[in-house]
Design a protein. Structure first.
Length: 76
């Protein structure tokens, strides 16, 4: 998975929420829950137990989301 294939889109209502098709979503503490930025993989159910994080920065959350998505894609 290369950066050219990834398009993170900011939610139109909640500006602390970003999604990317086949990767998942990241949400900040204001939009979701305390602690920082959280990543929910697209291939897992939308429950807190599947959240990855927290990350201190949005950049760190995006990088880990993309890394995990690439790893998941190689396994499937």
């Amino acid at each position: 998975m290369s950066d050219k294939n990834i398009l993170w889109q900011q939610d139109g209502v909640d500006h602390g929420w970003f999604t990317a098709e086949h990767i998942g979503s990241i949400r900040n503490s204001t939009s979701y829950r305390p602690g920082g930025w959280w990543f929910l993989p697209a291939w897992l159910p939308d429950t807190q137990e599947h959240d990855v994080g927290p990350f201190k920065t949005k950049t760190a959350a995006l990088a880990e989301a993309e890394r995990l998505a690439a790893h998941h894609k190689r396994k499937t």
